[in-house]
Design a protein around this ligand. Structure first.
Ligand code: PLP
Length: 409
């Protein structure tokens, strides 16, 4: 292991005792900040239960396709009240399986939002379909159902909605529009595990034809990488199970492939982590509620900042804590000033239609989606996770207040 240049196995060297497993800051997605963060942008909340469950898998012979994955699927189906849950290797993989399972393909249009993470639209491109972007509502920043309705054409094969930042979109109206057109509604709930609309958990049958959750380490619960498709439709479920498993059928025939499929399986380590996290979900969501509330109370006093408004009838499941800055404030300068003080932020979201690849491929120039673009210029995600202390929230808020004064034009 040792060489003159030092160990190639730094992670092994760092592991001086089993206790070290508990204190890593696993925040690699914040690495490019201007100086090392004094406050983490996001961090997972891993307890002893999860460590024990993952260890149990490590001591078993089944690192993939064992008993943890079906257990995680049952637990999540039970939690959201969905008849079927299919664990996958990422939220993107889950959305891709769904698009394919629904037979969406070349020449088809899907009405969706540009105010999202790029994967929600990329999965349509994987299958040769065309995303048709409808604009969003100015408050909660989810799809505007009236504009969705107006964007439907004879080529529309589905509506793909996104529960932005953990806030359910107007699923009741979107489902009615989809039903009227005889097309399925896909709910990209990658950011919204635990959210509720009118007392019903996101992912429950009836709200959409299928929904997808994601479990990257900044999400409400994590499996490392991972995701879950939930649906009330047995045919969609069976197709997603086959697609994630190299196109195999229901039986035990390992080398028989009924269709083109993928390796989108979640491994047993991730599933064990997911089982442990899901067992603690209420605690995890409550911690995030507390931090969101601390931010809201502190920031409502700050001139030029608008906190995210939760609509009536909604239980928000806080994924990130996003504020909007007044148009006169240079959001990117604010972000740079905060980064200089070791406070990482993110400009969530950069609209999908303005991404270089989408501009090039579809010819977008800006101006097509005014509400989305205004949100894309003014939103800023602050450091957010369930273990942020009141002092850390105060540090971020005070630094933001100072930066706003410095960057107002
Ligand atoms: C709205 C949305 N859709 C899709 C995804 C993709 O999930 P994953 O990163 O697990 O592939 C994400 C991930 O952050 C997301 O926020």
């Amino acid at each position: 292991m040792e060489s003159k240049a030092g160990s190639r196995f730094a992670a092994v060297e760092a592991l001086t005792s089993m206790d070290r497993l508990g204190d890593s800051d696993n925040c690699t997605y914040a690495r490019e900040e201007a100086r090392p963060p004094v406050i983490a942008l996001a961090r997972p909340d891993i307890g002893e239960l999860e460590i024990q469950l993952v260890n149990r898998v490590l001591r078993s012979d089944f690192l993939s396709m064992g008993e943890m994955t079906p257990e995680f699927e049952r637990a999540l189906a039970d939690y959201v009240g969905a008849p079927h849950a299919i664990a996958v290797s990422s939220g993107t993989a889950g959305l891709h399986c769904l698009v394919r399972a629904l037979g969406i393909g070349p020449g088809d249009e899907v009405v969706t939002t540009s105010f999202s993470f790029v994967a929600s639209s990329n999965v349509l491109l994987y299958e040769g379909a065309r995303p048709v972007f409808a604009d969003i509502e100015p408050e909660q920043l989810c799809l505007d159902p009236d504009l969705v309705e107006a964007a439907i054409t004879p080529r529309t094969r589905s509506i793909l909605a996104v529960d932005v930042f953990g806030h359910p979109c107007r699923l009741d109206r979107l489902k009615a529009i989809a039903d009227d057109c005889g097309i399925p509604l896909i709910d990209d709930a990658c950011e919204a595990l635990g959210a509720e609309l009118n007392g019903v958990k996101i992912g429950a049958p009836g709200q959409a034809d299928a929904a997808v959750f994601a479990f990257f380490p900044n999400k409400q619960i994590t499996t490392g990488e991972g995701g879950m498709v939930v649906t009330g439709d047995g045919r969609i479920a069976a197709m997603c199970r086959s697609l994630r498993n190299q196109g195999r059928g229901e039986g035990d025939q390992w080398l028989v492939h009924e269709r083109l499929g993928y390796n989108y399986r979640l491994d047993e380590l991730g599933a064990a982590l997911g089982v442990g996290q899901l067992a603690r979900i209420e605690e995890l969501l409550e911690r995030r509620d507390r931090v969101a509330d601390l931010y809201r109370q502190r920031l409502t006093r700050v001139h030029g900042v608008k906190t995210y408004p939760v609509a009536p009838g909604v239980r928000m499941s806080w994924f990130v804590y996003v504020v909007r800055l007044d148009a006169a404030i240079d959001r990117d300068r604010v972000a740079r000033q905060l980064a200089g003080q070791g406070i990482p932020t993110r400009p969530y979201f950069q609209p999908i239609h303005l991404q270089p690849f989408y501009r090039e491929r579809f010819g977008y120039r800006g101006g097509e989606l005014p509400v989305t673009e205004a949100a894309g210029r003014s939103c800023l995600a602050l450091p957010f996770h369930g273990r942020l202390t009141a002092e850390e929230v105060e540090t971020v808020a005070a630094a933001l207040e100072e930066a706003i004064v410095a960057c107002s034009g």
